[in-house]
Design a protein around this ligand. Structure first.
Ligand code: PDD
Length: 288
């Protein structure tokens, strides 16, 4: 038994559907040895995968960036997601997908003889943010971004993100806000949004952040609500003086950050721009 993981839930591993405690990966899998792989986290509402095409596009980009062979075509991925969902009675859940470079003798360079990538998929229990989190917002601390310079790849090499998130837990807050060279990057597992002078700001899409699927969505929601949106470098000082801060991710959706380093952000309550974007997000989910 793995604590917190229902033994009966079925996972997909290399062509088979298995009980989670029966699914085994070789100790020589390069995902295990080197963290040499990529992943996706797709939220599912009432049995419908949200922004699936965008998640699968990013999965393709991550595989291409690491030069890992694409195991399936687009139809194959959609079919896998549908098969995983058909094997669970959870209606609102997470589909987790992972591909590693496969199993080979331990050598840093790519295997000289092509190996089949390891493909893993599972459905995980998930509850969207609670009414209290939505109404009250969450707390964060600012920390230096100590990760590598290819944060745009959704790689399973997540040690920097793991250590960053643990700093949040140790400080008894919900998330970190990371800064590199005095400029905002992102959270440990979220994108960060700044509202200043009525404008929604986000750091540019480059190698220093993961382009969240909600990055594009927030831009659409801002346009629909008539909120001006700008993607540009944002200094730590601008973040500290922001009228509103928000975070977004598949699992946190969009939440207001109401305290940073123990100080209130703006009014210390979720602000009006958050409320508009949140309403837009809810409408998209309701329309699924
Ligand atoms: N994390 N930035 C980082 C570093 C992330 O890990 C994530 C998502 C995001 C937001 O991306 P999206 O909107 O596509 O969820 C930004 C997922 C949820 C995770 O690792 O569990």
């Amino acid at each position: 038994m793995i604590p917190g993981v229902p033994g009966e839930s079925q996972v997909y591993l290399n062509g088979e559907f298995l009980r989670v405690d029966e699914a085994k990966v070789s100790v020589l899998d390069r995902g295990f040895i080197f963290g040499d792989g990529i992943y996706e986290v797709v939220p599912v509402y009432h049995g419908n995968a949200f922004r699936m095409a965008e998640h699968l596009n990013r999965l393709d980009r991550s595989l291409a960036a690491l030069r890992i062979a694409q195991p399936f075509g687009r139809e194959g991925w959609i079919d896998l997601i549908q098969q995983l969902l058909a094997r669970t009675d959870m209606e609102t859940c997470i589909v987790y997908l992972q591909v590693t470079r496969g199993v080979a003798k331990r050598d840093h360079q790519f295997p000289s003889v092509p190996v089949a990538p390891t493909v893993f998929g599972m459905v995980s229990a998930w509850s969207p943010p609670t009414a209290a989190q939505r109404a009250q917002g969450v707390a964060a601390i600012g920390i230096p971004d100590e990760r590598w310079l290819h944060c745009e790849i959704k790689s399973v090499s997540l040690l920097g993100n793991v250590l960053a998130k643990q700093q949040a837990v140790d400080a008894q807050v919900d998330e970190v806000v990371q800064f590199r060279d005095g400029y905002l990057t992102e959270g440990s597992s979220t994108n960060i949004w700044v509202v200043s002078g009525g404008k929604l700001l986000a750091p540019p899409k480059n190698n220093l952040i993961l382009e969240g699927i909600r990055y594009g969505l927030m831009g659409e929601l801002a346009a629909e609500a008539g909120i001006p949106f700008e993607s540009r470098r944002i200094s730590q000082q601008e973040v500290e003086q922001a009228d509103e801060l928000m975070l977004s991710s598949a699992t946190k959706e969009v939440l207001a950050i109401v305290s940073l380093d123990g100080k209130p952000v703006g009014s210390g309550k979720p602000g009006p721009v958050f409320e508009q974007l949140r309403a837009g997000y809810d409408a998209r989910i309701a329309a699924l």
